[in-house]
Every structure is written in structure tokens, then in C-alpha cells.
Write a protein that binds this ligand. Sequence first.
Ligand code: 1PX
Length: 215
Amino acid sequence: SVTSDDQKFCLKEVLATFRLCLSENKEVYLEHYVAGWRELVKFLNTLGSVFGFISKDAVSKVQILVNLLKSENASQYKTIQSMVKYELDNQLVDLNKAGSHPTSGCRTLLRLHRALKWLELFLDSLRTSTEDSKTSVLCADAYNASLAKFHPWVVRKAAGMAFILLPGRQAFFEIMNVGTPEQVVAMLGEAIPLINEVYQITEALYAQHNILDLP
Ligand code: 1PX
């Protein structure tokens, strides 16, 4: 095939990157967090152009963080913890209304962080789903219980229309590229607690600094 292996989505890669995210003292490495999202975007890109508007937004947010990781201040962006401290200490975050820092690491990561809750809920519903479950319904339920509350009506509407076009459960499991449905379910069972831990740590950090509502 023309597609090289690193272009092909694999759920195992997602598991591996989220495992690498956590440092010994439970800090979250930005580099691996971003790598996890890059992998997830690959999945999205296999679903076709209807999901392009979602993919585009995810890619642009990932790119903002990649640029920070490559900037002269890269050392401040080693972990989400160090990023938050550095950007807040140096007034690099718009706290109450959009201003001169529309692409801060803190506000950009917050968007992905909120989407991570959707991912966790969706993967967990896939894990416990049965053969006749509809991915579109599972996805919509996960979205409505998480990300939707941060989106304006027009985005919710567009997302809802895209969900209808999701492939079925079996095709979904195949794209995950790990083997039999049983193996997929087992790997989801490993990945979800890791994703949850990264989510909880980030959530607590943002709450502690009172930056869960960044514009
Ligand atoms: C093994 C299965 C894995 C499936 C992986 C799929 C990865 C999906 C990645 C979705 C990332 C979405 C990031 C959205 C960030 C966001 O909320 N952005 C909004 C706010 O940003 P702003 O800069 O304006 O403050 C922005 O307005 C978003 C616009 C695009 C629409 C976002 C709809 C999100 C739906 C999430 C569900 C994706 C469905 C994929 C199905 C597999």
C-alpha cells in the first residue's frame, strides 16, 4: 500500500501516547498529550470530508501547541503544569475576555481538554456497546453530556449532522486496527482509565488556577 504505517491510525498508539503522558509525580507531558491528539485526528481523517470541519479545528489547536513546543520558550512547555504556571506568571493568557492572547497554550489546551471528556465517554460507550448499538447515537449521547455545553447552536447542529454519517460499530472497530472485537474492547478497557487520569489531573489543575472558563 502507498500509505505508510505511521499514517495509519491504530488504537494501540493512542494507548501508548496517553501512557507516556504521565510523569512519575503525575504531571502531564505536553509533547505526548499533543501526540495523542495527532493520532486521534488520523482516525477522524479516515472518516471523510464531512468531518473536515472538526478535524480542521483540532489540527489548528494541535498546531498551536506544537509551535509552542518548538518555540524559544519550549522548556516552559514541558508539562501542562509548567505551561500553566509560565503563562499565568507572565500574563500570557486572556482571563476574562478575548484580548491580546487569543492563542495561549492554556486556552487552546482547554478546548482539547473538554473534547477529551467527550472521547472518554464515547470510548466507554463503545466498549460496553452491543452489536446492534448505533455509533451515531453513542457519539451524540457522549457529545451532549460533555462538549456540547461549550458550543453554540450552529456548531451543535453541524456536529449532530456529522454524527449521523458515522460508520457502524463493526467498521469502527476495524478502523481501530487492533484485531477482533474482543481485543478492541480489552484495549479500550486499558485506554479509558489512562485518558480519565490525564483528564482528572488537568481538570484539577485548571480548577486550582480558576481557568476553566477561559474565553
Ligand atoms: C477510537 C475512536 C477515536 C475517535 C477519535 C476522534 C477524534 C475526534 C477529535 C475531535 C476533536 C474536537 C476538538 C474540538 C475543540 C473545540 O471544542 N473547538 C470549538 C471551540 O474552539 P474555539 O477556538 O472556537 O473556542 C470550535 O468552535 C469547534 C469547532 C468544530 C466542531 C467541533 C465538534 C466536536 C465534536 C466532537 C466529536 C467528534 C466526532 C468524531 C467521531 C469519531
